[in-house]
Design a binder for this molecule. Structure first.
Ligand SMILES: Nc1ncnc2c1ncn2[C@@H]1O[C@H](COP(=O)(O)OP(=O)(O)OP(=O)(O)O)[C@@H](O)[C@H]1O
Ligand SMILES: [Mg+2]
Length: 258
């Protein structure tokens, strides 16, 4: 059996391993992303919609879990998003009876392996207050653009506190607001950034050029640049930045006009 050390330095070996284990042919940018994940501690993936980011992360998570004892937490802002990535991991496991045999426990939110690796899926709604207290080796922040700064700083990053310089954080998503995700992409130089746009996705056949042409015609310029060019445009374009607008939102009951 190959080791993480061997995979770290050999892109072709990584590609073949994923193909062999999970019956998945990685796109070139997914291989590049996984190579970064194997070699760096802080990773941010700023990718266009439906380009294969959750799939790439799911493959990385499972690879790490089976190769050595690792505790991995997948945190997403809403239940649907954490469920989606978690179910991708379960699908990958179901592809390979040898990997199924490594599984000791399989619940709706937690996978435990014979080598004591754990994959736990959590949702951080309502400020993530009930989610304090976990510890992990790898923290995945799924749909990072949607995850509040407060939750990332006070709840999630502390999961890695006891790991010294061994803990790993991977943020992945499509650009939205100028929050922690933006800072990891442009300001915090400790992060390795992997950028994927619609051009890459068309190149590998994930989208067709026709689909992109239609989306360009259908969406506003800001929407298109955000969803498919992976650009943080919403803040720059608006008169009032969205994060200010969100803070000013109030819910109140409508009353009937007599
Ligand atoms: N290398 C690949 N080969 C074939 N299909 C792939 C590959 N990578 C991803 N896919 C498929 O493409 C679809 C979208 O992938 P995925 O859900 O990972 O995208 P995403 O970027 O996370 O999307 P979203 O922006 O909606 O979160 C899925 O059906 C997935 O299985
Ligand atoms: Mg996704």
């Amino acid at each position: 059996m190959f080791t993480i050390e061997e995979l770290k330095n050999d892109e072709d070996l990584l590609f073949d391993t994923v193909d062999f284990l999970f019956n998945y042919k990685l796109y070139f940018y997914q291989t590049k992303f996984l190579m970064k994940c194997l070699n760096y501690r802080k990773i941010v993936g700023k990718w266009s919609r439906q380009s294969g980011k959750s799939q790439a992360v799911a493959i990385y998570i499972l690879l790490m879990a089976i190769l050595e004892k690792t505790t991995i937490i997948i945190a997403a802002p809403i239940q649907d998003q954490s469920n989606l990535m978690y179910s991708k991991i379960r699908e990958l496991i179901s592809e390979n009876p040898d990997i199924q045999a490594l599984l000791k426990k399989d619940t709706q939110s937690e996978l435990i392996f014979n080598n004591r690796s754990v994959i736990l899926s959590i949702t951080c709604a309502h400020g993530g207050r009930t989610k304090r207290g976990h510890t992990c080796d790898i923290l995945i922040i799924e749909e990072a653009g949607d995850m509040e700064d407060e939750v990332v700083g006070s709840v999630l990053i502390p999961y890695l506190a006891s790991k010294g310089d061994k803990g790993q954080v991977i943020k992945i998503g499509t650009p939205l607001r100028r929050n922690h995700f933006y800072r990891s992409c442009y300001e915090d130089t400790n992060y390795e950034v992997i950028n994927v746009t619609w051009r890459d996705a068309v190149k590998v056949g994930q989208y067709t050029q026709k689909f992109i042409d239609d989306e360009k015609a259908e969406l506003t310029d800001v929407q298109f640049r955000c969803e498919y060019e992976s650009e943080f445009v919403a803040d720059a374009m608006g008169f009032f930045p969205p994060h200010i607008l969100e803070k000013s939102e109030l819910n109140y009951n409508l009353f009937e006009v007599l």
